[in-house]
Design a protein around this ligand. Structure first.
Ligand code: ATP
Ligand code: MG
Length: 282
């Protein structure tokens, strides 16, 4: 598993997925948090180094999609894994309920605008997938509209890939029990009480509908060019390890190379020496 986390957690294209058969409490070959500590640390260091090369090369973009149920750990993953990135060429974008302006446009309008440019890494906290998740679960548009969106999403992602964007999509898979435990922790911890919303509890009642909607997403939109990864996420440290590992492996595959300088270095060096001589009288 340490060798190829991408292969281990990826959902193969067109595969029927049953989330009930994937254990959210899985910790792979680790038995305790301490076992994963060094590997996570190494992956984060590799990510930071490769981000710099991605930025310097200015040829590839990396888009990371994070989806999860409420309290699934999207914010924590951004803090613990993507906190290793330099804000110089990385950003996170949270997708909320569409504003009136967004709602008056095609569902992909607001998404395309915030995709990463060459050299950049973007993290989507929720994404265009909400338009076949919450929208499907609550019938926010008719079925004949949302059912056509899977193909539209695949076509959109294909367009991004053609433009040299690598796409990684993570579903942070927590159990119902773990969600309730996290809600309880939030209630008890004044520092986290702000995170609780009325809708957390009402949405929980739709858990099974959400699982079905996620299974449809995984089956219809996990493609070779933009795969979905289902990450067992009840253990936060395992989730962090798995996501960090997959991002590091992906960046290594992109293998960004520092660009050749656009100027003649010897010429600049000669000028530099000239300036040095005149200013210091050497
Ligand atoms: P946290 O997990 O920390 O609560 P969050 O991502 O849930 O963060 P909120 O502001 O609580 O952030 O919720 C954003 C809400 O917007 C979610 O309930 C989500 O389902 C909803 N949303 C996002 N995109 C769409 C969309 N296209 N249509 C309808 N609702 C959407
Ligand atoms: Mg919320």
């Amino acid at each position: 598993m340490h060798v190829n986390a991408r292969k281990h957690f990826a959902i193969p294209p067109d595969e029927r997925v049953r989330l009930a058969e994937i254990d959210p409490g899985d910790t792979g070959s680790f038995t305790a948090e301490a076992d994963a500590h060094q590997a996570t640390h190494d992956a984060l260091a590799a990510i930071a180094d490769l981000q710099y090369r991605l930025y310097a090369e200015h040829r590839h973009a990396l888009l990371i999609v994070l989806q999860a149920m409420d309290a699934g750990g999207k914010d924590g993953t951004i803090r613990h894994v993507f906190g290793a990135l330099s804000p110089l060429s990385a950003y996170a974008h949270a997708f909320k309920e569409p504003t009136p302006e967004e709602a008056a446009h095609d569902f992909l309008w607001r998404v395309h605008k915030v995709t990463p440019g060459h050299g950049e890494i973007a993290i989507f906290n929720r994404s265009h997938y909400e338009d076949v998740l919450v929208v499907r679960v609550h019938d926010l548009v008719p079925e004949k509209v949302w059912s056509k969106r899977y193909a539209r999403i695949n076509a959109f992602e294909k367009t991004l890939v053609r433009g040299n964007t690598t796409i990684l999509k993570f579903f942070l898979h927590i159990s119902r029990d773990e969600q309730l435990r996290r809600f309880a922790q939030r209630l008890d911890d004044p520092a986290h009480q702000w995170k609780i919303s009325e809708s957390d509890y009402t949405e929980r009642a739709y858990w099974d509908d959400y699982m079905r909607a996620y299974e449809a997403v995984l089956e219809k939109t996990s493609t070779a060019r933009a795969p979905w990864y289902v990450i067992p996420a009840d253990r936060k440290w395992f989730r962090n390890w798995a996501v960090a590992q997959i991002v590091a492996e992906t960046l290594r595959t992109i293998d960004p190379k520092t660009r050749a300088p656009s100027v003649d270095i010897e010429e600049i060096r000669a000028k530099y020496h000239e300036v040095e001589r005149s200013e210091h009288g050497a």
